[in-house]
Design a protein around this ligand. Structure first.
Ligand code: SF4
Length: 252
């Protein structure tokens, strides 16, 4: 996230806490020798002077300088969405906390005649604040879209009819998140136009995935044509073959 910078006044690397998304990558990337910082700086200066190589690589901190913050809400939400080893309690899934339509054959989120969308914010390395996610969600809610229940962003909504998120998290920054919605075919144009329009005024990057369910013969005749008409070249990116079987009937 570019959150680590050298503070020129103190001549030390420092973390900008407002930009840090608590992903833990810097912490996991440290080597664990716990070397003395004064000694390391001296060796690095000598290495530079005599042009020999210093091990470990200079950008891997060998002094265990970082410690993970003790986090409480609302800041804790940064870690939940950004640290790939932390599970979302609302869905039991790590990372962005959603299966999306990847398990649609056993958990049919999108059925025939429906269109599913994933609106993904913040990747790669840009991040996103919840207030920008809320802005998109509220604009989409005005179209009457259905927000996916098994999605951590939906869990943070105080009202799924308006797309409003919890006030206490709006200023928090995270690495990435996904809004999941579905509509009928007649709303595709409006949804895509809304995403494009809102994307221009929020401070992040947005990627849209779109999905549907094929008929019994494996064909899909309506959505692809519609996307072509709207100027989007529709290629099948991922095909769920329908071979999945639920082994956890309780969760399903
Ligand atoms: S926790 Fe992540 S965002 Fe924060 S300083 Fe470390 S690597 Fe950067």
């Amino acid at each position: 996230m570019g959150a680590i910078y050298v503070d020129t006044e103190i001549q030390r690397a420092t973390i900008n806490q407002d930009e840090c998304v608590e992903c833990g990558t810097c912490f996991r990337g440290m080597s664990q020798e716990h070397l003395n910082p004064t000694m390391v700086r001296t060796v690095r200066k000598l290495a530079r002077m005599f042009r020999f190589r210093f091990e470990p690589e200079p950008d891997v901190c060998p002094t265990a300088a970082f410690v993970m913050n003790e986090l409480e809400m609302p800041r804790l939400i940064r870690q939940i969405f950004s640290d790939p080893v932390v599970e979302h309690k609302s869905t039991g899934i790590k990372g962005r906390g959603t299966e999306e339509v990847k398990t649609n054959d056993v958990n049919p989120r999108v059925t025939e005649g429906e269109v599913g969308y994933t609106i993904e914010f913040g990747r790669p390395g840009v991040g996103v604040r919840f207030r920008d996610i809320e802005e998109m969600a509220m604009e989409l809610a005005r179209l009457g879209v259905h927000f996916e229940a098994k999605n951590p962003i939906t869990h943070l909504m105080t009202d799924t009819a308006t797309g409003k998120l919890r006030d206490d998290i709006l200023g928090e920054k995270i690495l990435s998140a996904i809004i999941e919605i579905k509509t009928t075919l007649d709303l595709v144009e409006e949804v895509l136009e809304t995403v494009e329009r809102v994307n221009l005024r929020i401070d992040t990057v947005t990627a849209v995935g779109i999905s549907t369910r094929c008929d019994g013969r494996g064909d899909e005749t309506r959505l692809a044509g519609l996307l072509e008409e709207l100027g989007y070249g529709a290629e099948r990116a991922k095909t769920n073959m329908g071979l999945g079987r639920s082994t956890n009937l309780q969760a399903a």
